[in-house]
Write a protein that binds this ligand. Structure first.
Ligand code: FE2
Ligand code: FE2
Length: 357
């Protein structure tokens, strides 16, 4: 049950105009995100929120961000730009692949909501284009951003975006009557890419930049992106719950798809092939530290809440979570074998370092 404080946070996030979003914490945004899992939230009310929560990339001011970016230590810049690049590519990929899901959605209210989502994803891509060009100095859009990344460092990411997402949406396009394919498409897109991968990156970036009080333009736009994503995830869970209510076999379809995507998703978050620029988190100024254990706990409990809200049993959700935790451990150990170094998360596990709450 949401307490008074979080109800107040939900109201603040729901109604904040663009310029006020910078004052919100990522915890406020996440409380609002969870509130959209409630049984009385339907696609009409998500549509109304979309009308009320419009924002424009062209209203953002990146002047302060340009000098703030230069003030970040090189290692922090590198890690931050990596996460931002994955977001940029991800937003482009989801903009390009959502249309089949809209086309194949059997219900009018679902097609209307998905039409709003396509517009949102296009706006998110434009947000990153503008940010990369004006703040990071990477013009030429997506391809230039991608070229700056070593492909081995994005192996899990490529499996998800270039294979799983593309194949899932291709099947929906070829077989629009195939209900199972549609459900698997929503699991891939709304539950795993938006509801697990995106929120993990969102939380680490927004928290770190708020703790150091830098880059207000990025934080404003990215908080608006996060608020949009909370509607998308809310819709995905609602659509899945409807299918499970109509046909309990769909709960099994959802669980199997989640299990299939879990390993590449965790490998996207950890990237065991990519050597981190700072080996010992004690060398990172405290407000910039990200505790990987806390991030895992947050991401997996968010995913678990959504799976329960979609209608999966507590026992199945628990086994998915246990499997996911093991994938994290395996990826951290693989990092250590690859580079002959301890993974920074070990310093948190051993209590040698702490990060701001
Ligand atoms: Fe998006
Ligand atoms: Fe989205």
């Amino acid at each position: 049950m949401a307490g008074e404080a979080s109800l107040e946070a939900v109201r603040r996030v729901e109604s904040a105009p663009l310029q006020d979003l910078v004052g919100l914490t990522v915890d406020d945004v996440e409380a609002q995100m969870d509130s959209l899992l409630a049984a009385d939230v339907d696609s009409a009310s998500l549509y109304r929120r979309w009308e009320q929560q419009q924002w424009a990339v062209s209203d953002l001011d990146f002047a302060q961000d340009r000098s703030d970016w230069q003030s970040l230590p090189a290692g922090i810049q590198q890690v931050t730009q990596h996460t931002m690049t994955l977001f940029f590519i991800g937003e482009q990929a989801v903009t390009d692949t959502l249309a089949p899901l809209l086309h194949a959605a059997p219900r009018e209210d679902e097609r209307i909501f998905l039409a709003t989502q396509i517009a949102d994803e296009a706006r998110h891509t434009v947000f990153f284009q503008r940010f990369f060009e004006e703040v990071l100095g990477v013009g030429g859009g997506l391809h230039a951003a991608l070229d700056a990344i070593n492909p081995r460092a994005t192996e899990g990411f490529r499996r998800i975006f270039e294979h799983q997402l593309k194949d899932a949406m291709d099947l929906v396009r070829r077989e629009p009557e195939n209900q199972r394919a549609w459900v698997e498409g929503v699991v891939t897109y709304h539950l795993m890419i938006e509801g697990y991968l995106a929120i993990t990156g969102q939380r680490s970036l927004l928290r770190m930049l708020r703790n150091v009080g830098l880059m207000p333009g990025f934080r404003t736009g990215f908080t608006a992106v996060a608020r949009d994503e909370s509607r998308h995830i809310g819709f995905g869970v609602l659509a899945l719950r409807r299918r499970v209510t109509a046909d309990s076999e769909m709960a099994r379809v959802i669980a199997l798809k989640v299990l299939e995507l879990l390993e590449p998703a965790v490998r996207t978050v950890i990237s065991p092939d990519r050597r981190l620029p700072i080996e010992d988190p004690r060398e990172i100024p405290e407000p910039m530290r990200v505790n990987g254990l806390e991030l895992r706990e947050f991401a997996l409990s968010s995913l678990a809440k959504r799976l329960v809200a979609a209608g999966l049993s507590a026992a199945v959700v628990k086994s998915i979570r246990t499997q996911a935790e093991a994938y994290y451990e395996a990826a951290w150990s693989e990092y250590e074998r690859n580079h002959g170094l301890r993974h920074p998360v070990r310093f948190f596990q051993e209590g040698l370092v702490s990060a701001p709450l």
